[in-house]
Ligand binder design. Structure first.
Ligand code: 1CP
Length: 356
């Protein structure tokens, strides 16, 4: 049996086929809400050491699967690895999040990036994947990922997050040609990077367009979907059997523009009514999402009710993957996370007594 055969619930769902239960995995399932993550992170000394040490990154990837009955693993890494390799130099201020030592301040800086950086700069990523694959059971697919070109550009230009990505948004009007040049350069690196991840053993790839929602409607297709499609098309041509997931955060009001996106699955944020998304997309993609992450602060009764609501809204769909609408907050109780995962399995299982 090869890793790419649709033998597990996750890949059955991605193929639009029914399975014994609905698959569930959670964005940021490896992270700060887990005591074992906090422990390994403090022993590593820094987030960057954790990220760039394959032995540790592989351990962190597997941590949530040891604790919970998750249906997929996601590589422990970050979307900011490519900008780091391009010479922007990622750093991480405790409590403040990621930042770059050499951001792109103006279009002239594009020429100063290491546009053709050596592969070796990202070797820690395939090395991590190879380690994970050695330990992860074959029926648990491994998701590899990257940020979308637009989302990476948001962090790379000017003060990034510190100015709520206003600098990247300004380039839409002040330097659209340079922005396009950057997005196409990123698309090429991202596609190569995802192909390296596939060669090292990931079974599914995901593109996080976490900041696509910042774009005005008049620019969304050109600056988000266009360059993302270049990446997705290259993956599809390279290995048609590797499914791709596009996390379309903030796309709720323009879902019809995603109908032709060359991805197998669309990840939705919590603002989108699932039933409405189904009606709008009419089967163009398998859907993934979209429980409000804050529901994990609520009662177990409410978590189960929310699970039932989502499963009911999607009951006509043969493929559907349960997830949150965004990442797990770092301060939720891990018992609630386990309860969510078990509820999805119990309520969607064909044999279940609880069926919603
Ligand atoms: O220990 C710590 O304090 C580090 C926190 C942390 C973690 C656990 C960061 C810094 N990155 C990660 C891991 C990570 N990042 C994963 C691992 C796999 C998983 O379990 O899901 C993934 C898939 C990401 C992807 C990522 N990084 C995204 C896209 C998803 C999203 O959240 O929309 C983004 C935007 C980032 C940037 C980033 N890296 C880290 C932080 C805190 C952030 C967000 C910064 C911001 O708020 O803008």
């Amino acid at each position: 049996m090869t890793a790419t055969e649709s033998t597990d619930v996750m890949r059955l769902a991605l193929a639009g086929k029914p399975a014994s239960h609905r698959p569930v995995w959670l964005m940021r399932q490896a992270g700060r809400y887990l005591p074992e993550y906090r422990d390994i992170r403090s022993r590593a000394g820094s987030f960057l050491t954790l990220l760039k040490t394959p032995e540790l990154a592989a351990k962190v990837t597997l941590q949530p699967l040891s604790r919970f009955d998750l249906d997929a693993a996601i590589l422990f890494s970050d979307i900011l690895t490519i900008p780091d390799a391009l010479g922007l130099e990622l750093d991480f201020a405790p409590g403040e999040g990621p930042w770059f030592r050499h951001p792109i301040e103006n279009p002239g800086d594009l020429a100063r990036m290491d546009r053709e950086f050596p592969d070796a700069r990202l070797d820690y990523v395939p090395a991590t994947i190879e380690r994970i694959r050695r330990e992860l059971p074959r029926n648990k697919p491994l998701i590899g990922f990257s940020g979308s070109p637009w989302t990476l550009a948001c962090y790379m230009i000017g003060q990034g997050r510190a100015r709520e990505f206003g600098d990247a948004c300004r380039w839409l009007y002040t330097s659209p040609e340079s922005l396009n040049e950057l997005l196409l350069l990123l698309a090429e690196h991202i596609a190569n990077y995802l192909i390296r991840q596939i060669e090292a053993g990931v079974d599914i790839v995901m593109l996080f367009d976490s900041w696509g929602g910042l774009l005005p409607a008049s620019r969304y297709r050109e600056f988000s979907l266009g360059p993302a499609s270049v990446v997705l098309e290259r993956i599809r041509t390279y290995q048609p059997e590797i499914p791709s997931i596009f996390f379309a955060r903030g796309a709720g009001s323009r879902l019809e523009w995603l109908r032709d996106l060359p991805a197998r699955c669309l990840g939705l944020d919590s603002a989108v009514p699932l039933g409405q998304a189904r009606a709008c997309l009419s089967g163009s993609h398998v859907l993934q999402g979209n429980l409000d992450p804050s529901a994990l602060y609520g009662s177990t009764e409410n978590i189960r009710a929310e699970v039932c609501r989502m499963l009911n809204e999607m009951k006509e769909e043969s493929g559907y993957i349960v997830n949150l609408g965004h990442g797990i907050p770092p301060d939720v109780d891990c018992e609630k996370v386990g309860f969510l995962i078990d509820s999805v399995h119990e309520e969607s299982s064909q044999r279940s007594k609880h069926r919603c």
